[in-house]
Design a protein around this ligand. Structure first.
Ligand SMILES: [Zn+2]
Length: 213
């Protein structure tokens, strides 16, 4: 008997509505993390596509902030695409997940509020397979909340690496190539490149001369 996820409006949960387990097996949380250009979205799309082929009811979400390629799809740098619903907050995702949904995918999960951790946990506890992808570090190499908490509570963690654009070593960091102190600059290839720990320069503002000779 497949598990059912039931949404209960007006519960004690601070991000209403809560998810209630009615019956069936438990779900789990899969996290795909890594720097830019490590193929995170590609891997998320691959996994949800497999679920779609198996005709498992699924829903895919992306944050409103990320409109760099397409408003209603998640699109990898390699131009793979999958239909997605745009959500502004974690509570919006909790409200939008249908009772029959078995697989929930979330791209660019680091752009959601801290409530996304509880939403993922409750969906998984309610029987859903939850697959999220996102940056685990910001452009300075610091953990990108809420990713640390998601990694802690996940059953499966995939840390994807890119290739350092400078030296070719395995790269776990995203180098920002434009001078701004803002944590979030949504951009594609021209604003960032993958770097290894040795080649990564956390404070690009101080290195502008080097990066733009
Ligand atoms: Zn390097």
């Amino acid at each position: 008997m497949p598990a059912k996820v039931t949404l209960l409006p007006g519960s004690f949960w601070p991000h209403p509505p809560a998810v209630h387990i009615t019956h069936g097996e438990t779900g789990w949380l899969e996290v795909i993390c890594g720097p830019m250009f490590s193929g995170k979205s590609e891997e998320l799309i691959r996994r949800v596509r497999r679920a779609e082929i198996a005709r498992q009811p699924l829903q895919v979400f992306k944050p409103r902030i990320d409109d760099r390629y397409d408003a209603t799809r998640i699109v990898s740098h390699s131009q793979l695409a999958f239909d997605a619903v745009v959500a502004g907050t974690s509570a919006e995702i909790a409200r939008a997940v249908l009772p029959e949904t078995r697989v929930v995918g979330i791209d660019e999960v680091q752009f959601f509020d801290a409530g996304i951790v509880e939403v993922c946990e409750r969906l998984a506890a309610g029987g859903a397979r939850v697959i999220v992808a996102g940056l685990d570090q910001d452009y300075t190499g610091k953990p990108f909340e809420p990713m640390p908490a998601l990694l802690s509570v996940a059953e499966y963690v995939t840390k994807a690496l890119a290739i350092c654009a400078r030296c070719g070593a395995p790269a776990g960091r995203s180098q920002r190539l434009v001078a701004t102190g803002a944590r979030v600059v949504v951009g594609a290839a021209e604003s960032y490149e993958a770097r290894c720990r040795r080649c990564h320069v956390p404070r690009v503002e101080a290195q502008t001369g080097e990066l733009f000779p």
